[in-house]
Write a protein that binds this ligand. Structure first.
Ligand code: NDP
Length: 322
């Protein structure tokens, strides 16, 4: 089969499209024929070495497809089922071996493309808005990179929960998308001081929660956008990691909370995975959530897909098709 492999850390050029063996499955695994592999920012961290993984490796942590074969102890899936998964390595390929416990069925009415987008970015937006800081009616929140894959989903979930949503984006085109997703206010943080703007918009009060996936370039000001007892949710490093922070500063700034959550911990057990993915699929089918799946690349063009994502040229979800 064809797969996108990495043998050393580096830029997009270290990814090679090559022939490799179809993965063998164990007794509790399922062989999935990949129809749509999701591209996520974390893939770039694993490729560059910011997040270290054992090499050589097939990249990709999310896909949707059909069941090709099941291990002898698999009980919940059979050949031909439409399925999706996340948090299992090896999705940039024609076939992937996935433990049964990580797989969910894709309901009728949800496409493979939506299925792939729902798992990593959808479940992330779900845990951020429902668990890390459960958004209440009347809350205010700041969402950075609001036109990105997670961003556009998070805006909709925050609005559905009754929040006032401020988004940040780098271009006017992205601002339009964030507004269309429901953002009440959008700040061009490439041109404006977003802290000043947030204070202006909230009459000096600040917001209850900041969802910050940009990291290095936004972290300090994000903290200063919070009101008393506010939540700083740092969940990504698109501009680089935050490496220095003094927790003592949280006190005088209003007894703030700081957390650095990961999807892995919020979907570690089967119940959480089924709850989050089930909500996301139901909301898609009920029309409460629209996934913007806009960028498609063939598997052979994974390098170009990463260049677009890291070059801030994409919005919403990026899909690789084998
Ligand atoms: P996005 O589609 O959001 O792409 C990243 C966006 O970040 C860009 O489009 C860009 O938007 C913005 N950005 C700001 N500064 C930079 C920079 N210097 N270089 C590149 N991009 C920049 O990606 P995803 O939806 O896949 O992921 C969003 C973030 O969420 C990532 O940081 C990812 O690691 C994190 N994440 C964390 C998870 C967790 O559980 N902790 C799970 C899933 C994702 P703009 O041009 O508008 O600034």
């Amino acid at each position: 089969m064809k797969a996108v492999r990495v043998k050393e850390y580096g830029g997009p050029e270290v990814m090679s499209y090559e022939d490799t063996d179809v993965p063998t499955i164990g007794s509790t695994d399922v062989l999935v024929k990949v129809e749509a592999a999701g591209i996520n920012f974390i893939d770039t961290y694993q490729r560059s070495g910011l997040y270290q993984i054992p090499l050589p490796a097939t990249l990709g942590l999310e896909a949707a497809g059909t069941v090709e074969e099941v291990g002898s102890e698999v009980t919940q899936f059979s050949k031909g089922d439409r399925v999706a998964y996340t948090s299992v390595a090896g999705a940039y390929a024609e076939y992937a071996s996935v433990p049964e416990e990580k797989l969910v069925n894709i309901p009728d009415g949800v496409s493979f493309h939506e299925g792939a987008a729902a798992m990593l970015q959808g479940c992330t937006a779900h845990y951020l808005s429902q668990s890390t800081y459960p958004i209440k009616n009347g809350d205010s929140c700041l969402i950075h990179a609001a036109a990105g894959g997670v961003g556009l989903i998070l805006i909709q979930m925050a609005k559905n929960a009754g929040a006032f949503v401020i988004g940040t984006v780098s271009t006017e085109e992205k601002a339009e998308l964030a507004r269309a997703a429901g953002a009440d206010e959008v700040i061009l943080y490439s041109e404006q001081d977003f802290e000043v703007e947030v204070k202006r918009i909230t009459d000096g009060k600040g917001v209850n929660v900041v969802y910050d996936s940009v990291g290095k370039s936004t972290f300090d000001k994000s903290i200063d956008c919070l009101q008393r007892l506010g939540y700083m949710v740092l969940y990504g490093n698109a501009s680089g990691p935050v490496t220095e922070f003094n927790p003592a500063t949280l006190g005088p700034k209003g007894s703030l909370f700081l957390t650095r959550p990961t999807l892995f911990d919020y979907t570690a057990d089967r119940k959480s995975l089924e709850w989050r993915s089930g909500d996301v699929f139901n909301w898609i089918n009920e029309g409460k959530l629209k996934l913007r799946v806009e960028h498609f690349f063939p598997l052979s063009e994974a390098q170009e897909a990463h260049r677009s994502l890291e070059g801030r040229k994409t919005t919403g979800k990026i899909i690789l098709t084998p």
